[in-house]
Design a protein around this ligand. Structure first.
Ligand code: 5AD
Ligand code: SF4
Length: 472
């Protein structure tokens, strides 16, 4: 058996793509290994959303250049968004890269690898601006289009079988001024309800008890039947919910604020197996910045939606994304973002410094005029605020019993500061899992609890973690 090493960068969409690639490679007699030493095939499933993510891959490629001098037979593949965005640069400056494959072409990957391995010729498959670099495939391709991969997926190589992703939409039509995704993943393609339901049922039968519907703007999903009848996201959510009664947690990410309907909130409120959790990024709290970002809403409209959501779905937990230092952002704009965060009180918020991306509207039209030091300062202020909100939210959970889906041993296992370790019962470990609202909980228990729902009494809390004891 040949060995492959696969490293994934970026969002959940990439994690899912990596699962599909994992299945695909196992299907052509490869087995997965944990390091690239000794691997016949090394793949990086890459992200282009910020420069930092790209730099990491370039540095990995730098190291592999030396490795490949000693092992010339090793195949190196760059797949995902960076392949699409940076394909030309990668090809020109990295002669040792054998396969370059964009996220919309992954169904061709097996053929590309075969081509590179057998004919020692670089194989390229891209959709966007560098599509002309693509090499015509002379090897039979088992999949006609990228969606076929979702359907063929058997087991999941990365995540646990009890947690499953189901893609409902690929690509994005929003063209937020800063964002590279519509350029790398292309326009929206919605899968049909039938395909989604078949996949959801299959994953549920294989043991999934938590299911996450995925889309860059997941709530924008829609479908038109042959007779002209249209269905939207709220109906799909209900259909999936009803089709997989063994799934105790149905979730969906990421939501786009402008298209979020009351019907969806009602379906959430009426369905106990749909998690009361929304990841719904605001990106900024300043109307001027939101407008330059092309987000299509004002801060008040966003806050109105959040208010409505909290009313219709009591106990809703909110997560967001914010960007600091976007082009033209003033001190007052930055303060408006903090004010929005104080009002929403996200349970979790991902905060990013603006990173200009080639090909986006912002890179073309606006100057990246906020100095790095100011970005850093604003990021730090935002971080401090969010940490205090997280800590307050988490401390508010002390004394409550939460239901935890146990994922595995906690990352904190073995830390010297782990006082509890000294009193831990025989056969127990520190386990970690999440609540339906996506809060991380750690507690002591046997490994046999992995994949199970366990009630845990919360006894202590830090900014990122709830600590408790399993009620047995
Ligand atoms: N710079 C910084 N952050 C960005 N994001 C997307 N593009 C950029 C960029 N150019 C952030 C947004 C998005 C998340 C996935 O990444 O907050 O929601
Ligand atoms: Fe990027 Fe905006 Fe689409 Fe999200 S909605 S993927 S931020 S363009």
């Amino acid at each position: 058996m040949l060995k492959f090493y696969l490293e994934t960068f970026g969002c959940q969409m990439n994690q899912l793509d990596s699962e599909l690639v994992d299945t695909l490679l196992r299907g052509i007699e490869y087995e997965r290994v944990d390091t690239w030493d000794g691997a016949d095939l090394v793949l990086f499933n890459t992200c282009s959303v910020r420069e930092h993510a790209e730099s990491k891959v370039y540095s990995r490629l730098g190291v592999l250049r030396q490795v490949k001098l000693k092992r010339p037979g090793m195949i190196i593949a760059v797949i995902g968004c960076m392949a699409e965005q940076e394909g030309k640069t990668i090809a020109e400056r990295n002669r040792h890269v054998d396969v370059i494959c964009g996220p919309g072409q992954l169904h061709l990957l097996a053929g590309l690898i075969q081509q590179a391995a057998q004919w020692k010729k670089r194989a390229v498959a891209l959709t966007g601006k560098f599509a002309s670099m693509s090499t015509p495939l002379e090897v039979a391709v088992p999949y006609g289009r990228v969606e076929d991969l979702d359907r063929e997926r058997t087991s999941s190589g990365q995540t646990n079988a009890f947690q499953a992703y189901v893609r409902i939409t690929r690509g994005c039509n929003k063209f937020c001024a800063y964002c590279v995704v519509p350029h790398t993943r292309g326009r929206e393609v919605h899968r049909s309800p039938e395909e989604i339901l078949v996949e959801a049922k299959r994953l549920a039968e294989a043991g999934a008890v938590e299911m996450t519907l995925l889309g860059q703007t997941v709530n924008h999903w829609q479908h038109e039947y042959g007779d002209g009848r249209r269905v939207g996201f709220a109906e799909l959510l209900k259909m999936v919910h009803d089709a997989v009664p063994s799934v105790r947690r149905l979730r969906f990410v990421t939501s786009y604020p402008r298209d979020f309907t009351v019907e969806t909130l009602q379906v959430m409120a009426e369905s106990p197996r749909i998690s009361r959790y929304l990841h719904i990024p605001a990106q900024s709290g300043s109307d001027a910045v939101l407008q330059r970002m092309n987000r299509g809403y004002t801060a008040e409209q966003y806050l109105g939606l959040i208010e409505r959501a909290k009313q219709i779905v009591p106990g809703l937990r909110l997560a967001g994304d914010m960007i600091v230092g976007f082009c033209g952002e003033t001190d007052a704009d930055a303060e408006a973002s903090l004010e929005l965060m104080r009002r929403v009180r996200y349970m979790n918020c991902y905060m990013f410094k603006y990173s200009p991306r080639a090909g986006t509207t912002a890179a073309r039209q606006y100057e990246d005029d906020v100095p790095e030091a100011v970005k850093q300062e604003r990021h730090a202020a935002m971080f401090t605020l969010q940490n205090s909100i997280c800590l307050e939210n988490n401390r508010g959970m002390i004394g409550r019993t939460v239901e935890v889906l146990v994922a595995g041993p906690s990352k904190m296992m073995g830390r010297a500061a782990d006082v509890k370790a000294r009193t831990r019962a025989v056969g127990e470990l520190q386990l970690s899992g999440r609540t339906a609202g996506d809060q991380v909980v750690v507690f002591d228990g046997p490994l046999g609890l992995v994949g199970r729902f366990v009630p845990v009494l919360v006894e202590d809390a830090t900014t990122l973690t709830l600590h408790g004891t399993a009620s047995r």
